[in-house]
Write a protein that binds this ligand. Sequence first.
Ligand SMILES: Nc1ncnc2c1ncn2[C@@H]1O[C@H](COP(=O)(O)OP(=O)(O)O)[C@@H](O)[C@H]1O
Ligand SMILES: [Mg+2]
Length: 337
Amino acid sequence: MSRLHVVSGKGGTGKTTVAAALALALAAEGKRALLVEVEGRQGIAQLFETEALPYEERKIAVAPGGGEVYALAIDAERALLDYLHMFYKLGSAGRALKKLGAIDFATTIAPGLRDVLLTGKACEAVRRKDRTGRFTYDYVVMDAPPTGRLTRFLNVNDEVAGLARIGPIHNQAQAVMRVLKSPETAVHFVTLLEEMPVQETADGIAELRAAGLPVGGVVINMVRPEILDEAAVEAAANGRRTDVVHALAHALERTTPGGARRTGLAEQLVDPLLEQAREHTERLALEHQERAEVARFGLPTYELRLLGDGVDLAGLYRMARELRKQFSERSEQGVSA
Ligand SMILES: Nc1ncnc2c1ncn2[C@@H]1O[C@H](COP(=O)(O)OP(=O)(O)O)[C@@H](O)[C@H]1O
Ligand SMILES: [Mg+2]
């Protein structure tokens, strides 16, 4: 089972939300997970309804069964100081650099460097051990950049290792790539049952494979409930209007006080309702098509329902439960996640 879980996908599909739910799910039953936010927009703090995250690992939630979720919002400037400190013991020189504005230069002018720092920090957390030799975190979950920027982001240390051919920077870059390209890492995609995000997922999978990075699973998010059963879908598609008016009038008679036959009201309601049913069935057909597309990727696939009122803390725990249930179903079938 992988220990570094990278969560990507098209923007707005729910990467941050799914990464948080995954961290909760993995931490369950006494495990410890670190949730890392690399885009620094405090989405995780908002989700867990806590104050803005500082650049330090902080416990933000208790998982079902007593596990712990820690979170870290990586600040590129601070990560650069860490980085300098690590190699050159430049603690005070680092602060002097900061005064000179060198860090602004490094973090804004050289976007690649920012990615080096972010991936380096996440891999450091994956490898970190406590005094007894046990991993500090059983799992690290990374709320990663969207699909379009993902491969470049994960591969940036390859470029660095090529540039700095020897020395500590070369070694550090290689160590990071070793983690990212190993089975210890799994890169997951969040998608919706819509054409664009599914297409982006297909492109993302192909890019990762070409780069030799490990593809994990697909999480289909915001799955709509199927409110009509097969017979109703069939009726909505092919039903005769008079039959529908009849059925509707009958239903109104049963459910309204007085119980008079409400044929007039049924007449008024029938066309908008038929229109809605038609839209719904069209949407279902599209979703089935996209689901088949996702199945063709041949990857472990998980589904999370659309939560009607958005995702609050309770909703997040519900999503974590859904994921756990699907993990255990997979392992019962003898397939590893
Ligand atoms: N399963 C879901 N049901 C309902 N709303 C969701 C679900 N997943 C995510 N959302 C909402 O969708 C929006 C985008 O989610 P977010 O995780 O921020 O996406 P991303 O990180 O990919 O930009 C947020 O408002 C979030 O609460
Ligand atoms: Mg996000």
